[in-house]
Design a protein around this ligand. Sequence first.
Ligand code: SAM
Length: 169
Amino acid sequence: GPGRTATTLRAGEVAVDAPAATDATLYFIGRIHTPWSRPEQCPRQGRDDGPVCRIEVFEPWVAALDGLERYGEIEVLYWLDRSARTLVRQSPRDDGQTRGTFALRSPLRPNPIGTQIVTLLRIEGPVLHVRGLDCVDGTPLLDLKPDRRIFTPLAPPTPGDAPGGGVPP
Ligand code: SAM
């Protein structure tokens, strides 16, 4: 059913034995506060008209928020910590029809990273008020960045920024 977190396989689904961990070491830089306590209560994808949620940033990372307030839309990356991680084929409708995990936005994936572009309403100290999230209360925060569609790089252009990508001969 919705919000499925264990590897109980549905018809046609395939799980694998995951290799031993791991390489990247992630910092949980904060925590997301939403009205939903269970995955099955969350929207499938965040909505522009969704409830206002709070993103709490932990120290020592609060200084890293400076300047983010100038963007009305930001990208949030979070860790879908209740997800089973071994499914490679999934049946979202539980009807025997399956697709590969990387062809879905299901939370069940080897690295359960959720991404969402949200509306930034305001920042008060370490707390961001946003609209458009779809995760449960307490979900760990991985990263925040301005929406790439409205962000203009501050660093000088590289040859690769030339039309066609500046590919060397
Ligand atoms: N917007 C993100 C994306 O596309 O990368 C996440 C989409 S995922 C389909 C959203 C669903 O994940 C929710 O409807 C809920 O069922 C589930 N979910 C929410 N918070 C979760 C958590 N902390 N751990 C596992 N599953 C979660």
